[in-house]
Design a protein around this ligand. Structure first.
Ligand code: CDT
Length: 312
Protein backbone atom coordinates (compact mmCIF):
# COMPACT_ATOMS: atom_id res chain seq x y z
CA UNK A 1 0.00 0.00 0.00
CA UNK A 2 1.14 3.54 -0.67
CA UNK A 3 -0.19 6.76 0.79
CA UNK A 4 1.45 9.33 -1.43
CA UNK A 5 1.43 12.97 -0.33
CA UNK A 6 3.13 15.22 -2.85
CA UNK A 7 4.67 17.89 -0.67
CA UNK A 8 6.53 21.15 -1.26
CA UNK A 9 8.95 23.08 0.91
CA UNK A 10 8.72 26.73 -0.14
CA UNK A 11 12.01 28.27 0.89
CA UNK A 12 12.15 32.07 1.18
CA UNK A 13 14.98 34.40 0.42
CA UNK A 14 15.35 37.50 2.58
CA UNK A 15 12.38 39.66 3.58
CA UNK A 16 13.48 43.27 3.89
CA UNK A 17 12.39 45.23 6.95
CA UNK A 18 10.34 47.58 4.80
CA UNK A 19 8.75 44.89 2.62
CA UNK A 20 4.98 45.09 2.99
CA UNK A 21 2.83 42.14 4.13
CA UNK A 22 1.09 42.34 0.75
CA UNK A 23 4.40 41.89 -1.11
CA UNK A 24 5.47 39.02 1.15
CA UNK A 25 2.11 37.28 0.84
CA UNK A 26 2.44 37.77 -2.95
CA UNK A 27 5.72 35.80 -2.85
CA UNK A 28 4.06 33.04 -0.82
CA UNK A 29 1.15 32.91 -3.27
CA UNK A 30 3.51 32.58 -6.20
CA UNK A 31 5.23 29.62 -4.55
CA UNK A 32 1.88 28.07 -3.59
CA UNK A 33 0.84 28.19 -7.27
CA UNK A 34 4.15 26.71 -8.35
CA UNK A 35 3.73 23.88 -5.82
CA UNK A 36 0.22 23.18 -7.08
CA UNK A 37 1.49 23.23 -10.65
CA UNK A 38 3.88 20.46 -9.67
CA UNK A 39 1.03 18.38 -8.27
CA UNK A 40 1.47 19.18 -4.57
CA UNK A 41 -1.32 18.84 -2.01
CA UNK A 42 0.68 20.54 0.76
CA UNK A 43 3.17 23.41 0.84
CA UNK A 44 5.35 24.09 3.88
CA UNK A 45 6.30 27.74 4.33
CA UNK A 46 8.90 28.95 6.79
CA UNK A 47 9.10 30.31 10.36
CA UNK A 48 7.92 33.94 10.75
CA UNK A 49 7.12 33.87 7.04
CA UNK A 50 5.31 37.21 6.93
CA UNK A 51 8.06 39.57 8.10
CA UNK A 52 11.77 40.04 8.40
CA UNK A 53 13.36 38.10 11.29
CA UNK A 54 12.79 40.95 13.79
CA UNK A 55 14.28 39.23 16.91
CA UNK A 56 17.68 40.27 15.58
CA UNK A 57 16.98 43.77 16.87
CA UNK A 58 16.26 45.33 20.24
CA UNK A 59 12.92 47.05 19.63
CA UNK A 60 11.86 49.38 22.42
CA UNK A 61 8.88 51.00 20.77
CA UNK A 62 5.87 48.80 21.54
CA UNK A 63 3.86 49.88 18.53
CA UNK A 64 6.78 49.03 16.29
CA UNK A 65 7.14 45.63 17.96
CA UNK A 66 3.41 44.93 17.66
CA UNK A 67 3.57 45.65 13.94
CA UNK A 68 5.44 42.37 13.40
CA UNK A 69 2.65 40.28 14.95
CA UNK A 70 -0.70 38.98 13.68
CA UNK A 71 -3.62 39.53 16.03
CA UNK A 72 -5.92 37.25 14.06
CA UNK A 73 -5.56 34.43 11.56
CA UNK A 74 -6.59 34.72 8.84
CA UNK A 75 -5.95 38.44 8.90
CA UNK A 76 -6.78 40.83 6.11
CA UNK A 77 -3.21 40.47 4.86
CA UNK A 78 -3.16 36.66 4.94
CA UNK A 79 -6.73 36.03 3.69
CA UNK A 80 -5.45 35.75 0.07
CA UNK A 81 -3.41 32.70 1.11
CA UNK A 82 -6.54 31.01 2.45
CA UNK A 83 -8.59 31.99 -0.60
CA UNK A 84 -5.97 30.71 -3.04
CA UNK A 85 -5.44 27.49 -1.06
CA UNK A 86 -9.16 26.79 -1.24
CA UNK A 87 -9.33 27.60 -4.93
CA UNK A 88 -6.35 25.39 -5.74
CA UNK A 89 -7.19 22.64 -3.25
CA UNK A 90 -3.80 22.78 -1.54
CA UNK A 91 -2.98 22.87 2.17
CA UNK A 92 -0.21 24.81 3.86
CA UNK A 93 1.97 25.23 6.96
CA UNK A 94 2.62 28.87 7.83
CA UNK A 95 4.82 30.35 10.56
CA UNK A 96 4.08 33.81 11.98
CA UNK A 97 4.33 35.92 15.14
CA UNK A 98 1.10 35.68 17.13
CA UNK A 99 -0.17 38.37 19.50
CA UNK A 100 -3.22 37.69 21.61
CA UNK A 101 -4.71 39.73 24.39
CA UNK A 102 -5.99 37.71 27.34
CA UNK A 103 -7.64 39.54 30.26
CA UNK A 104 -5.99 42.74 29.08
CA UNK A 105 -2.52 41.12 28.99
CA UNK A 106 -0.56 40.77 25.76
CA UNK A 107 0.74 37.28 25.04
CA UNK A 108 3.23 36.69 22.25
CA UNK A 109 4.07 33.40 20.59
CA UNK A 110 6.16 32.15 17.67
CA UNK A 111 3.39 30.16 16.01
CA UNK A 112 2.63 27.90 13.07
CA UNK A 113 -0.66 26.69 11.67
CA UNK A 114 -1.62 23.80 9.45
CA UNK A 115 -4.38 24.63 6.98
CA UNK A 116 -6.18 21.93 5.00
CA UNK A 117 -7.23 21.98 1.33
CA UNK A 118 -10.56 23.58 2.33
CA UNK A 119 -8.69 26.46 3.96
CA UNK A 120 -9.59 25.34 7.49
CA UNK A 121 -6.97 25.64 10.25
CA UNK A 122 -6.67 22.06 11.52
CA UNK A 123 -3.78 22.54 13.95
CA UNK A 124 -1.92 25.31 15.77
CA UNK A 125 1.54 24.97 17.28
CA UNK A 126 3.48 27.46 19.43
CA UNK A 127 7.27 27.19 19.51
CA UNK A 128 8.51 25.56 22.68
CA UNK A 129 12.31 25.89 22.40
CA UNK A 130 13.06 29.61 22.20
CA UNK A 131 16.75 30.27 21.55
CA UNK A 132 18.82 33.34 22.30
CA UNK A 133 18.37 35.85 25.08
CA UNK A 134 15.86 38.13 26.71
CA UNK A 135 18.39 40.96 27.10
CA UNK A 136 20.60 42.39 24.35
CA UNK A 137 24.12 40.99 24.38
CA UNK A 138 26.96 43.53 24.21
CA UNK A 139 29.25 43.63 21.19
CA UNK A 140 26.98 41.79 18.78
CA UNK A 141 26.08 43.01 15.31
CA UNK A 142 22.80 41.12 15.59
CA UNK A 143 20.87 40.04 18.63
CA UNK A 144 18.71 36.96 18.97
CA UNK A 145 15.93 38.12 21.31
CA UNK A 146 13.34 35.37 20.91
CA UNK A 147 13.23 34.94 24.69
CA UNK A 148 12.25 38.61 24.95
CA UNK A 149 9.62 38.68 22.24
CA UNK A 150 7.90 35.31 22.77
CA UNK A 151 6.83 33.08 25.60
CA UNK A 152 7.31 29.31 25.31
CA UNK A 153 4.48 27.55 23.55
CA UNK A 154 1.63 26.23 25.67
CA UNK A 155 0.12 23.70 23.26
CA UNK A 156 2.64 20.85 23.45
CA UNK A 157 3.46 19.07 20.19
CA UNK A 158 0.06 18.08 18.81
CA UNK A 159 -0.23 15.43 16.10
CA UNK A 160 -3.42 15.66 14.04
CA UNK A 161 -5.10 13.71 11.26
CA UNK A 162 -4.83 15.45 7.92
CA UNK A 163 -3.62 14.96 4.36
CA UNK A 164 -4.20 11.22 4.76
CA UNK A 165 -1.75 10.87 7.62
CA UNK A 166 -0.62 11.92 11.10
CA UNK A 167 0.79 15.42 10.90
CA UNK A 168 2.96 17.32 13.39
CA UNK A 169 4.66 20.71 13.52
CA UNK A 170 7.77 22.24 15.04
CA UNK A 171 9.57 25.56 14.58
CA UNK A 172 13.27 26.18 13.96
CA UNK A 173 15.26 25.61 17.17
CA UNK A 174 12.84 22.81 18.11
CA UNK A 175 14.50 20.73 15.39
CA UNK A 176 17.70 20.44 17.42
CA UNK A 177 15.96 18.74 20.37
CA UNK A 178 15.24 15.00 20.27
CA UNK A 179 12.22 15.54 22.53
CA UNK A 180 10.47 17.43 19.75
CA UNK A 181 10.40 14.44 17.43
CA UNK A 182 10.00 11.81 20.15
CA UNK A 183 6.92 13.47 21.68
CA UNK A 184 5.37 13.37 18.21
CA UNK A 185 6.86 9.95 17.46
CA UNK A 186 5.00 8.60 20.47
CA UNK A 187 1.82 9.90 18.81
CA UNK A 188 2.70 7.97 15.64
CA UNK A 189 3.56 11.06 13.63
CA UNK A 190 4.15 10.47 9.92
CA UNK A 191 5.23 13.93 8.80
CA UNK A 192 6.85 16.71 10.84
CA UNK A 193 6.77 20.13 9.19
CA UNK A 194 9.01 22.94 10.36
CA UNK A 195 10.30 26.32 9.23
CA UNK A 196 13.56 27.93 10.30
CA UNK A 197 15.60 31.16 10.33
CA UNK A 198 19.18 30.20 11.16
CA UNK A 199 21.72 33.03 11.10
CA UNK A 200 25.37 32.13 10.65
CA UNK A 201 27.52 33.14 13.59
CA UNK A 202 24.72 32.68 16.09
CA UNK A 203 26.79 30.57 18.49
CA UNK A 204 29.75 32.94 18.57
CA UNK A 205 32.28 30.06 18.37
CA UNK A 206 33.86 29.88 14.92
CA UNK A 207 34.47 26.12 15.09
CA UNK A 208 30.79 25.50 15.76
CA UNK A 209 29.50 28.16 13.39
CA UNK A 210 31.33 26.56 10.47
CA UNK A 211 29.18 23.47 11.06
CA UNK A 212 25.86 25.38 10.95
CA UNK A 213 24.62 23.74 7.75
CA UNK A 214 25.83 20.29 8.83
CA UNK A 215 24.01 20.58 12.16
CA UNK A 216 20.89 21.79 10.37
CA UNK A 217 20.61 18.55 8.42
CA UNK A 218 22.04 16.32 11.14
CA UNK A 219 19.30 17.20 13.61
CA UNK A 220 16.45 16.81 11.12
CA UNK A 221 17.80 13.58 9.60
CA UNK A 222 18.30 12.05 13.05
CA UNK A 223 14.78 13.10 14.12
CA UNK A 224 13.30 11.58 10.96
CA UNK A 225 15.14 8.27 11.23
CA UNK A 226 14.77 7.74 14.99
CA UNK A 227 11.03 8.36 14.80
CA UNK A 228 10.39 6.87 11.37
CA UNK A 229 8.78 10.04 10.05
CA UNK A 230 9.03 12.35 7.09
CA UNK A 231 10.53 15.74 7.99
CA UNK A 232 10.02 18.82 5.85
CA UNK A 233 12.37 21.65 6.82
CA UNK A 234 11.90 25.02 5.13
CA UNK A 235 14.39 27.86 5.50
CA UNK A 236 14.24 31.60 5.34
CA UNK A 237 17.72 32.37 4.08
CA UNK A 238 20.18 34.61 2.35
CA UNK A 239 21.35 38.05 3.39
CA UNK A 240 18.49 39.66 5.30
CA UNK A 241 19.27 43.19 6.46
CA UNK A 242 22.97 42.24 6.68
CA UNK A 243 22.36 39.03 8.65
CA UNK A 244 23.30 35.94 6.63
CA UNK A 245 21.12 32.89 7.13
CA UNK A 246 21.53 29.31 5.99
CA UNK A 247 19.26 27.73 3.39
CA UNK A 248 19.42 24.09 2.28
CA UNK A 249 15.72 23.42 2.86
CA UNK A 250 15.05 19.70 2.74
CA UNK A 251 12.51 16.95 2.50
CA UNK A 252 13.72 13.93 4.47
CA UNK A 253 12.36 10.39 4.31
CA UNK A 254 11.80 8.16 7.38
CA UNK A 255 15.07 6.44 6.44
CA UNK A 256 16.83 9.69 7.31
CA UNK A 257 17.75 10.22 3.66
CA UNK A 258 17.35 13.63 2.03
CA UNK A 259 15.12 13.23 -1.01
CA UNK A 260 14.93 16.90 -2.06
CA UNK A 261 17.12 19.88 -1.23
CA UNK A 262 17.14 23.57 -2.18
CA UNK A 263 20.21 24.80 -4.00
CA UNK A 264 19.73 28.57 -3.77
CA UNK A 265 19.35 31.06 -0.91
CA UNK A 266 16.30 32.61 -2.55
CA UNK A 267 12.63 31.83 -2.97
CA UNK A 268 12.70 28.23 -4.20
CA UNK A 269 10.17 25.42 -4.26
CA UNK A 270 11.34 21.85 -3.79
CA UNK A 271 9.01 18.88 -3.93
CA UNK A 272 8.84 15.18 -3.20
CA UNK A 273 6.23 12.45 -3.44
CA UNK A 274 6.15 11.33 0.20
CA UNK A 275 4.77 7.86 0.84
CA UNK A 276 3.36 8.14 4.35
CA UNK A 277 3.48 4.36 4.66
CA UNK A 278 7.25 4.35 4.34
CA UNK A 279 7.66 4.91 8.08
CA UNK A 280 6.03 1.55 8.76
CA UNK A 281 9.17 -0.17 7.47
CA UNK A 282 10.96 1.23 10.53
CA UNK A 283 8.04 1.38 12.99
CA UNK A 284 7.48 -2.35 12.56
CA UNK A 285 11.15 -3.35 12.84
CA UNK A 286 14.05 -1.45 14.37
CA UNK A 287 11.85 1.31 15.80
CA UNK A 288 8.94 -0.81 16.98
CA UNK A 289 8.51 1.29 20.11
CA UNK A 290 6.25 -1.20 21.91
CA UNK A 291 8.69 -4.05 21.36
CA UNK A 292 12.01 -2.31 21.95
CA UNK A 293 11.69 0.93 23.94
CA UNK A 294 12.34 0.46 27.67
CA UNK A 295 11.00 3.61 29.36
CA UNK A 296 10.57 1.71 32.64
CA UNK A 297 14.38 1.31 32.75
CA UNK A 298 15.34 4.85 31.81
CA UNK A 299 14.70 6.15 35.33
CA UNK A 300 17.06 3.53 36.79
CA UNK A 301 19.81 4.51 34.37
CA UNK A 302 19.36 8.16 35.18
CA UNK A 303 19.49 7.41 38.93
CA UNK A 304 22.68 5.35 38.64
CA UNK A 305 24.46 8.04 36.67
CA UNK A 306 23.59 10.57 39.37
CA UNK A 307 21.56 12.76 37.04
CA UNK A 308 18.81 12.59 39.66
CA UNK A 309 19.26 11.61 43.32
CA UNK A 310 18.37 7.95 44.11
CA UNK A 311 15.03 7.40 45.79
CA UNK A 312 15.43 7.05 49.56
N1 CDT B 1 14.94 30.90 14.77
C1 CDT B 1 15.71 30.04 15.47
O1 CDT B 1 15.23 29.32 16.33
N2 CDT B 1 17.03 30.05 15.16
C2 CDT B 1 18.02 29.27 15.87
C3 CDT B 1 19.35 29.89 15.76
C4 CDT B 1 19.59 30.90 16.70
S1 CDT B 1 20.26 30.37 18.20
C5 CDT B 1 20.69 31.85 18.91
C6 CDT B 1 18.19 27.87 15.33
O2 CDT B 1 18.23 26.94 16.13
O3 CDT B 1 18.35 27.70 14.13
Amino acid sequence: MMRKLITAAAQMGPIAKLETRADTVGRLLEMMREAKGRGCELVVFTELALTTFFPRWMIEDEAELDSYYETEMPSAATQPLFDEAKKLGIGFYLGYAELRVENGVKRRFNTSILVNQKAQIISTYRKVHLPGHSEPQPGRDFQHLEKRYFEPGDLGFPVVKGFGGNMGMAICNDRRWPETYRVMGLQDVEMVMLGYNTPFGHVGEQAMDSLTLFHNHLSMQAGAYQNATWVVGTAKCGNEEGSKMGGQSVIIAPSGEIVAQAVTVEDEVITAACDLDLGKRYKETVFDFAAHRRPEHYGLIVERTGAIPPKS
